[in-house]
Design a protein around this ligand. Structure first.
Ligand SMILES: Nc1nc2c(ncn2[C@@H]2O[C@H](COP(=O)(O)OP(=O)(O)OP(=O)(O)O)[C@@H](O)[C@H]2O)c(=O)[nH]1
Ligand SMILES: [Mg+2]
Length: 302
C-alpha cells in the first residue's frame, strides 16, 4: 500500500514509552507489537537507544518509542546520551506512556513527578502500573491513587506487560487519543532501525543474561560484517570492554564463556532473522569507552 492510500480519518502519531530502568518498557513495546523487537532482561539499563516499533492497520499507524530508563544522575557520557534519547522521544511524542513498576513509590520520586506534571501541560500522559501479576489487587489500586495525587494523568491503567494483561484495552485507549494524521512511515514498516542494529542488540542481550556485575555494563557490541547469503546470514561482531581484566572474564576459562554467549546469541539471531546464522565474535578493549565522546560516536550513539 502506498503511503498516500489512506482514508481521510486515518490516525497516526508518536507514542513515547518512558519510565525508570527495569520498569518493563521494552517488554511492553514487544507486547504492543506482538513480536520481540526490543531486548529485555532482568538487569536495569538494558536499553541504551530509542527504538521505534510501528503498528499498522488501514485506519491507523502508531509509532511507539522504547527508550532507555530514566537515570536521575548520569554517571557516564553514555548515560547522558541515553537521557538525550529520552528527551528527544518526549519532544516528538503525541502521547506519553509513563510506565511504573507497581513497587515504585511516587513519594520517593519528586523529580520525576515534577517532570511529568510539566509534560502533561502539553500532551496526554497515560500512567501504566506494570507487573501487577506480582502483587495483590488492593496494593496496585493504592499505588495508582498515590501516583494520581502527584500528577493529573490523562488516563490510568494497571497491566502486566509480561503476561499480556490489559494490553488490548490499552490499545483502545491509545487510539482514542491518537490524532487524525496521515501515516509517517510506509505501511509495512516495523521499525526505524536497520537489521544490523538488532543483530548487535541480540548479542548484547546474551551478554546481559550471562554475566554478572560490571561486564554487561562495560560491554558494547558492534556489527562489522553482515552478509545475507542465500543459505546463511554471516555476522561478525566486535565486542568491546573497557580493560584487559574484563576481556579475560568475558572470554572465560578456555573460552567457555564466550562460547556459551555465542551459541545462545546465534540461536536468538536465527529466530529473529528466520534463517541460519554464522556468528563470529572478537573481543577488544576500548579503554573507558563509556566516558569518551569519540568512542560513543564510533558505537553509534549519535
Ligand atoms: N512479573 C513481571 N515481570 C515483568 C513484567 N514486565 C516486565 N517484567 C520483567 O521486568 C524486567 C525488566 O523488563 P524490561 O522490559 O527489560 O524493562 P525496561 O524498562 O525496558 O528496562 P531498561 O531497558 O533497563 O530501562 C524483565 O525481567 C522483564 O521480564 C510484568 O508484567 N510482570
Ligand atoms: Mg528496555
Amino acid at each position: 500500500m502506498l503511503i498516500e492510500d489512506y482514508p481521510p480519518h486515518h490516525k497516526a502519531g508518536f507514542i513515547s514509552i518512558i519510565g525508570k530502568p527495569n520498569a518493563g518498557k521494552s517488554t511492553l513495546l514487544n507486547a504492543l507489537l506482538g513480536e520481540k523487537l526490543a531486548i529485555a532482561t532482568a538487569k536495569a539499563q538494558t536499553t541504551r537507544h530509542r527504538i521505534m516499533g510501528i503498528i499498522n492497520s488501514p485506519e491507523y499507524q502508531i509509532v511507539y518509542s522504547d527508550t532507555p530508563g530514566i537515570i536521575q544522575q548520569p554517571k557516564y557520557k553514555l548515560h547522558e546520551r541515553m537521557m538525550t534519547y529520552v528527551k528527544e522521544s518526549l519532544a516528538d511524542s503525541d502521547i506519553v506512556i509513563f510506565l511504573a513498576d507497581v513497587q515504585d513509590d511516587p513519594l520517593q520520586e519528586p523529580e520525576l513527578t515534577e517532570r511529568l506534571s510539566r509534560i502533561i501541560q502539553e500532551k496526554p500522559i497515560l500512567l501504566l502500573i506494570n507487573k501487577i501479576d506480582l502483587v495483590m489487587q488492593e496494593f496496585a489500586m493504592a499505588r495508582i491513587e498515590s501516583w494520581k495525587e502527584k500528577v493529573p494523568f490523562t488516563a490510568v491503567s494497571a497491566i502486566s506487560a509480561l503476561h499480556l494483561f490489559n494490553i488490548q484495552g490499552l490499545l483502545d485507549t491509545l487510539l482514542e487519543h491518537l490524532p487524525i494524521h496521515p501515516p509517517y512511515f510506509p505501511k509495512d514498516a516495523l521499525t526505524d532501525k536497520p537489521e544490523r542494529f538488532f543483530a548487535a542488540e541480540i548479542v548484547r542481550e546474551q551478554i546481559f543474561l550471562n554475566y554478572e556485575q560490571e561486564i554487561p555494563y562495560c560491554s558494547e557490541v558492534r556489527v562489522v560484517e553482515f552478509k545475507d547469503k542465500p543459505d546463511i546470514l554471516a555476522i561478525r561482531v566486535e565486542i568491546f570492554v573497557e580493560r584487559d581484566s574484563q576481556k579475560a572474564i568475558f572470554i572465560g576459562h578456555k573460552g567457555q564463556m564466550i562460547k556459551k554467549v555465542g551459541i545462545a546469541a546465534r540461536q536468538e539471531l536465527e529466530k529473529f532473522f528466520g534463517k541460519k546464522v554464522f556468528l563470529e565474535q572478537h573481543v577488544k578493549v576500548e579503554p573507558d569507552w563509556r566516558t569518551k565522546q569519540a568512542s560513543l560516536d564510533k558505537f553509534g550513539y549519535d
